[in-house]
Design a protein around this ligand. Structure first.
Ligand SMILES: Cc1cc2nc3c(=O)[nH]c(=O)nc-3n(C[C@H](O)[C@H](O)[C@H](O)COP(=O)(O)OP(=O)(O)OC[C@H]3O[C@@H](n4cnc5c(N)ncnc54)[C@H](O)[C@@H]3O)c2cc1C
Ligand SMILES: *[C@@H]1O[C@H](CO)[C@@H](O)[C@H](O)[C@H]1NC(C)=O
Ligand SMILES: *[C@@H]1O[C@H](CO)[C@@H](O)[C@H](O)[C@H]1NC(C)=O
Ligand SMILES: *[C@@H]1O[C@H](CO)[C@@H](O)[C@H](O)[C@H]1NC(C)=O
Length: 568
């Protein structure tokens, strides 16, 4: 087969994970074909919202503002008392609400219907002339050394067509029942949970729209029955999930039987239930792949891991998978990076997902065992702010590298190395961590006219960013020179100047921007001092790749990321 007939990337599945990887690749100039077996775009709520870290990814992809037009702050949750189901037992917040800070501008989860998240991402794909091919189902693949052959089934003019084409890479984002995963022989290990659920949307009257409403009923057996109801953006329409020790087959016999099951769960007949818009059976299990890649095939999102919705990590983790893989695949496909860079996708994400599954299992057990009074409920349902996913890190990754932390604390570096969700209060920023935002930065230079900016406007999914800290002109010049090993356009170099004086400006030749850290948030957030020169290299996915002090470190980091960079 000639090389001309091999296309770059096929993305199978157009949920949040598939759309995110497609957009990351397109922004990096890599053409994508994305297919969805569904005949039309769904209109469902599904994953209810976005964790702060997910919002940050959508910010970097340029799509957050439109997501937020339909987003509201995550609402508090009301629990009702039994018998009666009417009186309030307690009200709580699943995740404590926090004020935005300079390093965390999006500090709280928001509720956005999943169909809207997907529609916004599709509208961004369209800017690159890419649209999702509906009614197109992936059915099989064959791997070769330099390509993958994928077979799809699609409808054309009312007729079924089978078509086989070759791609250099294939990304399976085809959800929990992933055919890509099965066809590529990846194991999906874990267990089913005893919990069964039905979920859907219906019209009802009499419930306020400022809270989520929860009827948690202890029937004396192992599993409590819980009914969660919350508003949607359509007046009168609510989303619901009934779960626990229920019989979905029986509940789903008719619309009337669905309503009866709901009424039984809340013990109330004063809330008139109207039309059932849709309802489905949902049997959560807890499983993950043994690896995220085999040869030229990757899995992202639900295709790689499923778990109970508790803690809201599903969509959120799926988007992070896609964003982790996107820039790496783009650099390899455009010939700038060695294929070994792709091994770090599995190396970085596998421990995070493993930890996430443990967390969701623990939260589920808590919810099953701690019940009855308001105190138990609070201790089971109010969750740590680590679920916002700010702490998720890749400190163990073979491509991240931190000279500064080794200098501060060599033993601590080892001991604290493997906590993929991070530890709250672990305040020393290290390579592998999320790169924080910083505000009040003032552009310095001839035509800059003192506009203020922030670091999150400087980072981006198509380039690395080098932040040079420290006040000494000689050190800055040496670092800028060493950074010139990078391929053109692949790096944006910023001198973060502690003062408004001209030292940094005089040294700035070859850098892209000088930013004066007017309110000190950048130096504070990155734990830097004006007396020592360091460069913090931020990856395209907003993660600190390296903190190094000179040419040797610069070459060590970029030598693993880009082809043809030799050690100093
Ligand atoms: C009905 C439903 C309800 C859910 N409810 C909740 C909830 O209440 N709370 C919660 O936290 N999470 C919920 N989830 C999970 C949440 O939606 C997922 O975590 C999130 O969507 C993961 O994104 P994804 O892109 O990995 O997968 P998905 O969103 O599942 O996307 C998979 C995509 O692949 C397509 N596809 C599948 N097979 C093929 C094939 N062979 N060929 C081509 N395309 C294919 C599908 O049509 C779809 O577009 C729900 C999921 C579903 C399906
Ligand atoms: C993402 O996190 C939010 C906030 O906790 C949660 O409401 C939502 O359900 C999560 N999404 C998914 C699909 O897990
Ligand atoms: C960075 O922080 C500033 C100040 O909090 C905020 O205005 C800006 O929106 C942030 N940037 C992003 C996109 O997070
Ligand atoms: C339930 O109601 C919906 C919406 O009115 C309708 O489309 C559907 O066919 C009904 N389902 C059953 C099983 O009656």
């Amino acid at each position: 087969m000639s090389h001309e007939s091999i296309a770059p990337v096929l993305v199978v599945g157009a949920g949040p994970a598939g759309l995110t990887i497609a957009l990351s690749l397109l922004k990096n100039g890599v053409p994508v074909r994305i297919i969805n077996k569904a005949p039309v775009d769904h209109k469902e709520q599904r994953g209810l919202g976005q964790q702060p870290r997910t919002q940050e990814v959508f910010h970097f992809l340029g799509a957050l503002l439109e997501m937020r037009t339909m987003g509201i702050d995550l609402q508090p949750l009301v629990f009702y008392k039994f018998p009666g189901g009417k009186e309030v037992l307690t009200t709580l917040r699943l995740v404590a609400s926090e004020d935005p800070t300079p390093s965390r501008p999006f500090n709280n989860p928001i509720q956005v219907p999943q169909y809207h998240t997907e529609a916004v991402l599709r509208s961004h794909l369209a800017k690159y002339g890419c649209s999702v091919e509906l009614n197109t189902e992936f059915v099989g693949l064959k791997q070769f050394d330099d390509h993958v052959e994928a077979t799809v089934k699609r409808m054309e003019g009312g007729e079924e067509m089978i078509e086989t084409k070759s791609y250099r890479w294939l990304v399976g984002a085809d959800g929990g029942r992933s055919v890509v995963r099965k066809q590529s022989g990846l194991a999906f290990e874990g267990t089913s949970t005893p919990e069964k659920a039905i979920l859907g949307e219906l019209y009802l009257e009499g419930l306020d729209t400022e809270h989520w409403h929860m009827w948690l009923k202890d029937a004396g057996n192992d599993l409590p029955t819980s009914l969660l109801v919350r508003t949607t953006e359509v007046p009168g329409k609510f989303w619901f999930m009934l779960s626990g020790d229920i019989d979905p087959d029986q509940a789903l016999v008719s619309n009337e039987s669905v309503k009866q099951a709901l009424q039984l769960a809340m013990e109330r007949d004063d809330l008139p239930l109207g039309e059932i818009v849709h309802v489905t059976d949902y049997r959560p299990s807890v499983r993950m792949v043994n690896k995220f890649r085999t040869g030229r095939v990757f899995v992202v999102g639900d295709a790689a891991h499923v778990h109970t919705p508790r803690g809201g990590q599903g969509l959120n983790s799926s988007v992070q998978d896609a964003f982790n893989l996107g820039w790496k695949l783009a650099l390899v496909e455009t010939g700038l990076a060695p294929p070994s860079l792709l091994d770090t996708y599995n190396e970085e994400r596998l421990p995070v997902i493993k930890r996430m599954l443990q967390e969701t299992v623990r939260m589920t057990q808590d919810v099953f065992t701690k019940r009855g009074d308001a105190e138990s409920i609070k201790s089971a349902w109010q969750r740590g702010t680590h679920l916002k996913q700010f702490g998720i890190n890749y400190r163990w990754s073979s491509i991240v590298f931190d000279e500064r932390f080794q200098a501060i604390d060599a033993q601590g570096a080892e001991a604290a190395a493997l906590n993929p969700y991070g530890t709250e209060g672990d305040s020393i920023l290290r390579a592998g961590d999320r790169a924080p935002n910083a505000t009040g930065l003032v552009r310095v230079g001839q035509d800059a006219q003192s506009q203020t900016t922030d670091l999150f406007s400087v980072f981006g999914p198509t380039h690395h960013t080098a932040l040079i800290f420290g006040g000494g002109a000689a050190g800055i010049r040496a670092i800028i020179k060493s950074l010139q090993v990078c391929p053109p356009g692949a790096l944006f170099t910023v001198i973060v100047s502690p003062g408004a004086d001209s030292v940094a400006l005089n040294a700035a030749d070859g850098g892209d921007a000088v930013l004066h850290d007017g309110d000190g948030t950048a130096y504070a957030g990155y734990g830097m001092s004006e007396y020592q020169t360091y460069v913090v290299i931020v990856r395209p996915d907003g993660v600190v790749g390296a903190t190094v002090s000179g040419e040797e470190g610069v070459r060590k980091y970029f030598g693993a990321v880009f082809s043809d960079i030799q050690p100093a």
